[in-house]
Design a protein around this ligand. Structure first.
Ligand SMILES: [Zn+2]
Length: 279
């Protein structure tokens, strides 16, 4: 059994503020190790239930956070940037299930810890076929396009609720309770990682029973992105396939999810990079 593991950082055990996830801050070195240990806990739990192969995809900021010398040797790691599938690079039809570890809530929902959607500086809201989604929904849709169900989401209580709302009966590992965007009530490292281990094992047992359905979004797929500023939306019009439907809103439509996802990702990169002015 092959498990795809996308790991972000804001929802990692112990993380409460943005500085914990910022490579230019000294505390970051502690939290990248905790991120690696959260992933290891998921692998240990899944392996105890019979999973045998693991692809770990480093999916935060510079995408080089995981400490490979500390990573469970059963896993392979995708590290580094400029990926067409962003936090889901490497997904294919050969995986039996996907885990999202260290995930965070979307912007505009409840008071999740460091809540944002893909690019916090640039994006106010993201909609997929009219439904507001965060990274959990966005990436679950891409897994679903390859027939892969999301079996486990780990992070704070707010992202866990968001995951259940979108995916239904997904397993969740809640490692902290959000107080607000910059504060959390944290489980101890041991208890948090025990929770991840237990939920990962349960996720694999349930995968074997066929308990999870892939989250597939029927085509044509339309993403609408509301940027924080008009200049980003203005420059996103450079792609003729993008339609500007509001002063800050771009609409993107493609026949299938993977194509729409790539078009969205390119649009977000362009929009974010042009805020404040280029050329
Ligand atoms: Zn992140």
């Amino acid at each position: 059994m092959r498990i795809f593991i996308s790991c972000d950082m804001e929802g990692v055990t112990g993380v409460a503020i943005g500085k914990h996830c910022n490579p230019s801050e000294s505390d970051y070195q502690r939290f990248r190790r905790l991120m690696t240990r959260d992933v290891n806990a998921a692998i240990e739990g899944a392996a105890s239930a019979g999973a045998t192969e693991f692809l770990v995809v480093d999916s935060h900021g510079p995408m080089t956070n995981i400490v490979i010398e500390d990573l469970d040797p059963r896993a392979e790691l995708i590290s580094g940037s400029n990926r067409h599938f962003c936090q889901m690079e490497g997904i294919d039809t050969g995986f039996d299930g996907a885990f999202f570890i260290g995930y965070h809530a979307r912007e505009g929902g409840e008071d999740g810890v460091i809540n944002h959607t893909v690019m916090g500086v640039a994006v106010t809201e993201l909609r997929c076929n009219g439904k507001v989604v965060g990274e959990t929904g966005l990436n679950a849709g891409l897994a679903g396009a390859f027939g892969v169900p999301v079996a486990l989401v780990a992070g704070d209580n707010v992202v866990a609720a968001e995951a259940r709302e979108i995916l239904g009966n997904v397993q969740t590992a809640v490692v902290k309770q959000a107080i607000n965007r910059h504060a959390a009530r944290l489980l101890s490292v041991r208890n948090a990682q025990d929770t991840i281990r237990e939920q990962a094992a349960e996720a694999v047992y349930r995968l074997k029973e066929g308990a999870f359905k892939a989250y597939s979004v029927p085509g044509p797929v339309t993403f609408e992105v509301v940027f924080k500023t008009t200049d980003a939306a203005h420059m996103a019009e450079l792609f003729p396939c993008n339609k500007r439907i509001g002063s800050k809103t771009i609409s993107i439509t493609a026949d299938d999810y993977a194509t729409a996802f790539k078009q969205l990702w390119g649009t977000l990169i362009l929009g974010a990079k042009t805020m404040g002015g280029v050329f």
